[in-house]
Design a protein around this ligand. Structure first.
Ligand code: ZN
Ligand code: ZN
Length: 389
């Protein structure tokens, strides 16, 4: 049901949640794109009233992830418009449903890439909601099973959000809340494969790319005890990489440099966000080494040359974000090791420029939106009207 001016947000409603603490949805403002080539503009949406198991959160900060750019520009060909991105959300709890036990009003909490999943398939039962066999509900552009404007989810480029408590994370008190926001996607996306493939003391790790994901990967793998090298096209990122823990920097466009490091790594984490040729990176792996792709959801440009990788039992791995348990684990790991993301705080009005810079790969830190800059903004009512909602 659409209100006169806002768009009804409806997801994660289940039988339990039917007993709402109140029935009144809240009209709020957020930044959304109307189509693949439009800028993000303020629009009005409605958040559902918190149900019995829901947590209502006032959003303080939201990271700008490369996925936000891909999704808003329909590069994955599944975007439902209007598209309001944002899945690195840190905020303050303002209300809880009467059956919520883990979170209380006033708590500092986070929401990452998922806001729900089926909860009964084998993956969900194993605590791997990101691989839910029915498709998890993404924090924005969500509800993959029935993607229509009526049940689309809207993300964190907004004043507030209502999320089922199982998908709400605790933000440790010693972390700067703005700098912790990127942990909710960039952090867990790199932490999950590092943990899955048991990276630890003595593992020789290569991280490809030093964007939002890459800098978290360098910091996390270093804290796990690995010896970490950055593999990059940009020699000017060497100082930054060494500052955050890398002991070596390999320039991927320098053939001699790549050849000199043949067989040097046990594990390479690739954060390259575009289709690419994996073979030059496979050559850097030692016997039993794994090249794991986390940044690219598209066919690779060049087939794997199996004649070269099977001679040393090398593998190509993939990994998708991380589970809710892993998201809490990476937050707690970061708290213990004093790790946060390098970031630049921006006002929401600057988000369209930020998208262009992220798309060009110009930044070696995360943009984080200070959501205080959204307060008092007037929604573009004509935009909501134009999309027919
Ligand atoms: Zn992300
Ligand atoms: Zn499931």
């Amino acid at each position: 049901m659409a209100s006169e001016t806002g768009i009804r947000y409806e997801t994660a409603t289940d039988a339990d949640n039917a007993s709402s603490t109140n029935d009144t949805s809240t009209r709020i403002v957020g930044y959304a794109a109307r189509h693949a080539i439009s800028a993000l503009r303020p629009i009005a949406i409605e958040r559902r009233a918190p149900g019995a198991h829901d947590v209502a959160i006032e959003i303080l900060y939201c990271g700008v992830c490369h996925s936000d750019v891909h999704q808003v520009r329909n590069e994955w060909h599944n975007t439902v418009y209007p598209c309001m991105p944002g899945h690195e959300i840190v905020g303050r709890v303002t209300a809880v449903g009467d059956r919520v036990r883990r979170h209380a009003v006033g708590d500092l909490v986070g929401v990452g890439c998922m806001v729900d999943s089926c909860q009964h398939c084998e993956s969900c039962a194993d605590g791997e909601e990101q691989y839910c066999e029915h498709g998890f509900t993404a924090t924005y552009n969500g509800n993959s099973q029935n993607p229509t404007a009526a049940n689309n989810t809207f993300g964190g480029y907004s004043e507030s959000i209502v999320v089922r408590e199982d998908f709400v994370l605790r933000i440790p008190s010693n972390l700067d809340p703005a700098a912790a926001a990127p942990i909710l996607c960039a952090g867990v996306t790199t932490f999950s494969p590092l943990r899955h493939w048991k990276v630890g003391k003595g593992t020789r790790v290569g991280v490809v790319g030093l964007g939002g994901l890459g800098q978290m990967a360098v910091k996390l793998a270093t804290a796990m005890g690995a010896t970490v090298s950055l593999i990059t096209r940009s020699p000017d990122k060497a100082d930054d990489a060494r500052r955050i823990g890398a002991t070596d920097v390999i320039v991927s466009t320098d053939k001699a440099d790549m050849e000199a490091h043949a067989g040097a790594f046990d594990f390479i984490l690739s954060t390259i966000p575009q289709p690419h040729d994996p073979n030059p990176y496979m050559a850097l792996l030692a016997r039993d080494g794994i090249y794991t792709v986390v940044g690219c959801i598209a066919p690779l440009t060049t087939p794997l040359d199996l004649s070269r990788i099977l001679m040393q039992r090398k593998s190509l791995g993939t990994s998708l974000i991380g589970s809710i348990a892993e998201t809490q684990a990476v937050l707690d790991f970061c708290s213990l090791h004093d790790i946060v993301s390098d970031f630049r705080l921006i006002a929401i009005d600057d988000v369209n420029d930020a998208f262009d810079r992220v798309d060009k790969g110009e930044v070696d830190y995360r943009f984080v939106i200070d959501m205080a800059s959204l307060r008092g903004q007037t929604p573009d009512e004509s935009l909501a009207a134009k999309v027919g909602l």
